[in-house]
Write a protein that binds this ligand. Structure first.
Ligand code: URA
Ligand code: SF4
Length: 475
C-alpha cells in the first residue's frame, strides 16, 4: 500500500521523514511524497517521533541533496529517497556511477539549481521605497527564480546587505531582512510587485553600486541572464556607465562596505556548529562573521576531499576563481598542484585540500581583484575552521603550502625558507611538512628560477608521496 508523507517543500522535513523511513525499512515505492498543502486521498503515514539510529551516507549526497531539494519538480523527493534507499541498500558507489539514471538526474538537478542560485545573486536588483516617517528606506526587489532557491540564497543577501532593510519578492515566497532576522512569507504575483517611483534614478545608482563591478563581464551576463530578466531591468541603460566607471566604483564599494557593513566578532569559534562534522561545518561556515573578510568575498570556501583522507594540503586562502566557484584550488595554483601531485604519484582523490583562511582577501585594482595577504588577526579568527577540519579527518600527513599555512599550524616563528621539506611531529598530525605555495612559482618572472623552484617543490612533494607509500605498506 502507498502512504502519503507531506513535506511542504522543506528539505529538513524530507530529511527527517526519510531518516525514519529508512530506519523502518520502508521501500521507495511505498511512499508518495506530497510537496504542498494539496490534500491527497492516500492515507497519511504515521511516523514515530523518536529519532532513529544513524546510518551512513556519503557527505556529498547530503550536501548535494540540499540543492536538489530546491529543484522545481515534485518528483525530486521521490528521487532523493530512492537514492538514499539505494545508497543504504548495498549501492554505496551509486554517486560514482554517472550512467545510472537516478545519479544522472541528481547531478543535473544539482547543476541547474546552482546556476539558478548564481543568477539570483547576480541579477536581483533592489528599489528603494521611502517610508512615511522619513526613516531609512526599505529596499524591495522582485525576482522570478526557476527553482525554489529563495531560502538557499537569502543568507547571501543577508551578508551582503546586512546594514539595509530589504525584501525580495518571488512568486513562490518572499523574504524580508529587518536588520536582525530573515523572515519568510507568502509569494506575490508580478503585478503586485512595487512599481517604479521617483526614486527610480536613485535606484539605478544604487544598482550600479551594489552590482559587483569586479566581476563585470557583459558578454557573460547577456549569455547567462535569461531574456525575461534582462528585459525587466531598468538599469540596462546604465550598463555602459557601469563599464566606464567600474574601476572607480570598485574602490568606492569596498570602502563603503568596510565602513558600514562589516560587523565581525573576532573569532570563527562563535559560528562553529554544535556538532562538528564536515557537512555541518560546511553549512555553518557560510554564516561566519569571525573577521571582516566575509564582507567583500563572494562566499566562504570550505575544504574539499574525502573524510577519511590520509593527507591534508593547506593553502593560504581562496583566490579569485576559488571565491567565485566556492571550491578550493580550482584556479592556476590548483592546476599546478594537481600536476605535481600526479607527477610524484600522490593520488588526488585521497587528498583533502583546504586553506588557512576561508574567505578571499583582495584589493580592487580596476576591474580586477588582487590577492592580499591575510593579517594575524584574520588568521587567528579563522583558525577554528581549519582546526575542526583536521580534528574530523585526523590525517596522517599535513602539508602546509606557503608561510601563511605553515605559520597558522606551526607557529609564527616558523620559516618555510629555513625548514621546508622537514617532517615535524605535532599534536594534530604525526607528520607535518611545509613547503612553498605553488603560486610563488607562478609569480616568478625568470624562467630558470621558475624551473629550479618547481624542481624543489616537486622534491618536497616527492617526500610526501614516499611517506604515504610507506604508511600504506605498513598499514
Ligand atoms: N591558493 C590557495 O592558497 N588556496 C586556494 O584555494 C587557491 C589558491
Ligand atoms: Fe570567518 Fe574565516 Fe571568513 Fe573570517 S575569513 S569571516 S574567520 S571564515
Amino acid at each position: 500500500m502507498t502512504n502519503a508523507v507531506h513535506i511542504q517543500r522543506s528539505f529538513e522535513a524530507w530529511r527527517d521523514a526519510a531518516r525514519k523511513l529508512i530506519a523502518l525499512d520502508v521501500p521507495p515505492d511505498a511512499i508518495a511524497w506530497i510537496d504542498d498543502d494539496s490534500s491527497s486521498l492516500l492515507p497519511e503515514l504515521d511516523l514515530p517521533d523518536a529519532a532513529p539510529s544513524a546510518f551512513q551516507v556519503p557527505a556529498e549526497f547530503v550536501g548535494f541533496s540540499r540543492l536538489v531539494a530546491c529543484f522545481r519538480d515534485p518528483q525530486r523527493w521521490a528521487l532523493l529517497y530512492r537514492m538514499l534507499w539505494r545508497l543504504t541498500h548495498g549501492e554505496k558507489q551509486l554517486l560514482q556511477d554517472a550512467t545510472d539514471d537516478d545519479t544522472h538526474r541528481f547531478f543535473a538537478m544539482h547543476r541547474k539549481v546552482r546556476l539558478d542560485r548564481h543568477k539570483m545573486t547576480a541579477f536581483v536588483r533592489f528599489r528603494a521605497v521611502q517610508s512615511e516617517d522619513g526613516s531609512e528606506p526599505h529596499y524591495i526587489a522582485w525576482h522570478r527564480p526557476d527553482h525554489f532557491i529563495l531560502r538557499l540564497t537569502a543568507p547571501f543577501f543577508q551578508r551582503r546587505f546586512a546594514s539595509m532593510k530589504w525584501t525580495i519578492l518571488t512568486p513562490d515566497e518572499s523574504v524580508t531582512w529587518d536588520g536582525t532576522d530573515l523572515r519568510f512569507s507568502e509569494g506575490v504575483p508580478a503585478s503586485q510587485a512595487p512599481a517604479g517611483d521617483e526614486l527610480e534614478t536613485l535606484w539605478r545608482t544604487y544598482y550600479a553600486n551594489s552590482f559587483n563591478p569586479a566581476r563585470l563581464n557583459l558578454k557573460m551576463m547577456r549569455r547567462e541572464m535569461p531574456v525575461r530578466h534582462w528585459a525587466t531591468l531598468p538599469e540596462t541603460e546604465v550598463i555602459d556607465d557601469l563599464i566606464r566607471e567600474a574601476p572607480r566604483r570598485v574602490e568606492e564599494m569596498v570602502k563603503k562596505q568596510t565602513a558600514t557593513k562589516c560587523k565581525s566578532t573576532g573569532s570563527a569559534a562563535d559560528f562553529l556548529p554544535p556538532r562538528i562534522s564536515l557537512p555541518q561545518l560546511r553549512d555553518a561556515i557560510q554564516g561566519c562573521r569571525g573577521c571582516d573578510l566575509y564582507c567583500n568575498a563572494t562566499q566562504a570556501v570550505f575544504g574539499e576531499g574525502p573524510k577519511d583522507a590520509s593527507i591534508i594540503f593547506v593553502g593560504e586562502q581562496p583566490g579569485d576563481q576559488e571565491d567565485l566557484a566556492g571550491k578550493p584550488f580550482v584556479g592556476p595554483s590548483g592546476h599546478l598542484l594537481d600536476e605535481v601531485m600526479e607527477e610524484v604519484g600522490i593520488p588526488r582523490d585521497e587528498v583533502y585540500v583546504t586553506n588557512a583562511v576561508k574567505h578571499f582577501k583582495f584589493e580592487p585594482r580596476g576591474t580586477r581583484r588582487i590577492h592580499a595577504k591575510p593579517n594575524a588577526r584574520e588568521m587567528a579568527a579563522c583558525k577554528p575552521w581549519l582546526a575542526s577540519e583536521i580534528s574530523v579527518i585526523k590525517p596522517e600527513i599535513v602539508v602546509c603550502l606557503g608561510s601563511t599555512a605553515a605559520q597558522q599550524l606551526l607557529g609564527k616563528q616558523f620559516r618555510v625558507t629555513k625548514s621546508r621539506g622537514e617532517w615535524i611531529k605535532t599534536d594534530f598530525a604525526p607528520r607535518v611538512m611545509a613547503t612553498v605555495h605553488p603560486s610563488s612559482l607562478l609569480r616568478m618572472p625568470d624562467h630558470d628560477a621558475r624551473v629550479q623552484a618547481r624542481k624543489m617543490f616537486t622534491h618536497d612533494l616527492n617526500l610526501v608521496a614516499k611517506a604515504l607509500r610507506k604508511m600504506k605498506a605498513s598499514a
